[in-house]
Design a protein around this ligand. Sequence first.
Ligand code: HSE
Length: 313
Amino acid sequence: MSAAQWATAFAPASVGNVAIGFDILGFAVDALGDRVTVSRSERPGVTITAVSGIAGELPTDPAQNTAGRALQAMHAALAPSFGFEMRIEKGIPLGSGLGGSAASAVGAVVAANALLEQPYEPIDLLKFAMQGEAVASGSLHVDNISPSLFGGLVLTVGIDHPRVKRIPVPPGVCAVLIHPHMFLATRQARAILKRDVPLADFVWQTANLAGFISGCYTDDLDMIRASFEDVVIEPQRQALIPGFAAVRAAALAAGALGCSISGAGPTLFAWALETQAQTVLEAMRAPLVAAGAGVDEWIVDLHREGAHVVASG
Ligand code: HSE
């Protein structure tokens, strides 16, 4: 069977960081995502023919576009006899903290991979997609790319030689997300971060990350709840998100296992038992709506697959 001439991939949104795992831990949010179609082209290199959907103002110069840069990295490694032509349909709001740039980059390389007689391994696709992420945030981080590509909750160790581990999420636990309608640039939310971490905070944060991961492996909800606290990044960023403290307090009072900022924000997320998720969602929504904010909201399964081809021909 010959490889496809074109393919469309869906790549889910993601929450990364998951509170204590700054730049290394994220989970997929497949309630929304980007769709990227890549076709074989007689034009050499990479061409973007259209960017549509809810963020249509993105650049179509491939070098300036996250998906374009990721596909250029793949094209350069592959050196095929044909070019890649790409259309991007954005389903993730820009500047929402939901991994929109990562999803476009992941969708591009997954779609292009379906055109190859000898497809790349997922870990190679991760490395290509990382090149795209750098366009958007100015740094190589993987906590959105890995879950968008692999699905579920994912830990990534290393940048030059990344190693990826899907972390089991206890059954019955889901995520609640609320997106206040404001734009927050990842670059800005990274630029405000101090370069140094006090030793006591370092110890606290590493204990929380270890506790969180071990709680996931052992279905220990008490351990997850106790360690679901980012003491380094969240205190510095919360001032960028009006209402953050009230939302977090409301989520915890309603029974959430924890609540924090999704990536660079402004989306906020909580983990909760499925039986309590609706109550947690309503609690998180109330302070934002009372302050006059428009919101989007989702309750999300944490056990779903990552990016995949949805059509080809
Ligand atoms: N881990 C990154 C951050 C994700 O929090 O800055 C931003 O997309």
